[in-house]
Write a protein that binds this ligand. Structure first.
Ligand SMILES: NC(=O)c1ccc[n+]([C@@H]2O[C@H](COP(=O)([O-])OP(=O)(O)OC[C@H]3O[C@@H](n4cnc5c(N)ncnc54)[C@H](O)[C@@H]3O)[C@@H](O)[C@H]2O)c1
Length: 344
């Protein structure tokens, strides 16, 4: 990798992928300062940053990417920006789309426009494979039409348009990544894998949407971090890069691995009514990124086992996140469905 940066802003750095990226940067580029900016919504967690925050090269600012004045100030202090900040949970988007539009579209635009105004040298906007919509066979390429089928990916697709507008109108040196489903340390327990592991540890039912045959490419978050870093340094301005590890599996496969690893019975698996607009399969062709020299380090089982073991060994991290608020949300989303399904 060629470019070296003095200071990188990591927006959304107290979330799952952002915090992993902060730790990755400290190891891979120790001479670079890291400015973490995060609004600390329910999804942000300072505990996820513990291992890097003591480091004098890492600074944390609590703030909103939709706050124009703050973004105007902070972008003067960085030569690169990676934006992870987003409302990221599909199920919550169905309950209330407002925050998704506010952060994923307006916030994405405010931060990008501020970065362009202050001559930030490189910018990566972290998007998702979900912007393409579902696909029965084959894999999406970057030039394919974006056909998001629900609220979260619709706002992510709109956010991408704000970035392309900043590239065209203001010369922002930005590239976009479209990553597949990530697994790894520090993911909020509302998300599938940590939810299933933490429920299984507590001998609670695992709510499985529909038949559980939905297919996702499950990439280890560490591989996503190396891909984003490569795109930051070597990606072309105005280009999008699919980030996929080729680790496709069904939800049922993942759940069986979890139960087997934790020594828990299959009877914990409870099929519940599916959510609306639940995409059946996502798949991307990552050859554009691989042409830059990227290779994932984790195959499917290595990614799954590393992640399951991390949640098994780090209850201190996720127990606090399964707070009263979380339990209220869990009841709203799964309560009736689990009662209708009856015992597993
Ligand atoms: N998790 C995945 O599997 C996956 C896959 C591909 C792409 N992505 C994308 O990667 C990014 C990070 O995803 P994640 O899973 O780490 O999400 P996350 O929900 O764990 O973290 C999001 C972080 O953004 C912060 N945030 C939210 N709104 C903000 C705002 N207005 N200003 C500043 N900070 C704000 C939150 O406090 C949180 O720390 C998102 O853009 C998401 O769309 C995620």
């Amino acid at each position: 990798m060629t470019s070296s940066f003095k200071s990188i802003m990591v927006a959304g750095g107290a979330g799952f992928i952002g915090s992993n990226f902060v730790h990755y940067l400290r190891e891979a580029h120790p001479a670079t300062r890291v400015l973490v900016v995060d609004k600390l919504t329910y999804a942000g967690n300072m505990d996820s940053l513990k291992q890097s925050l003591g480091d004098e090269a890492v600074e944390f600012v609590e703030g909103d990417i939709a706050d124009r004045e703050l973004m105007e100030t902070l972008t003067t202090r960085c030569d690169a920006v990676v934006n992870f900040a987003a409302e990221s949970h599909n199920d919550r988007a169905l309950l209330d789309p407002g925050p998704f539009v506010e952060t994923n579209v307006r916030g994405a635009g405010v931060l990008a426009y501020a970065a362009a105004a202050h001559g930030v040298e490189r910018y990566v906007h972290v998007s998702t494979d979900e912007v393409y919509g579902q696909i029965a066979d084959g894999s999406f390429k970057e030039g394919d039409e974006l056909r998001p089928r629900s609220t979260y990916p619709a706002t992510k697709a709109s956010g991408e348009m704000m970035i392309l507008a900043a590239v065209e109108s203001f010369g922002l040196q930005a590239a976009i990544t479209r990553g597949v489903n990530n697994i790894g340390p520090y993911q909020h327990p509302e998300k599938a894998l940590p939810l299933f592991v933490s429920n299984a540890i507590d001998d609670k039912p695992l709510p499985v949407y529909g038949d559980g045959m939905q297919v996702r490419d499950r990439m280890h978050v560490r591989d996503h971090c190396t891909a984003i870093d490569l795109v930051l340094r070597e990606g072309e301005t105005g280009e999008s890069y699919n980030v996929g590890a080729g680790n496709e599996c069904t939800n049922l496969y993942m759940i069986e691995k979890i139960l087997e690893r934790l020594g828990k019975p299959a009877s914990l698996m409870t099929h519940i009514e599916d959510r609306t607009g639940h995409d059946f399969r996502y798949s991307v062709d990552a050859s554009h990124l691989r042409a830059l020299g990227w290779e994932p380090a984790f195959d499917l089982d290595a990614a799954l086992l590393d992640t399951i073991d991390w949640y098994r060994d780090n209850e201190w991290w996720w127990r606090g996140m399964r707070s009263q608020d979380f339990e209220a949300y869990y009841e709203e989303l799964y309560g009736d469905r689990l009662r209708q399904a009856g015992p597993g």
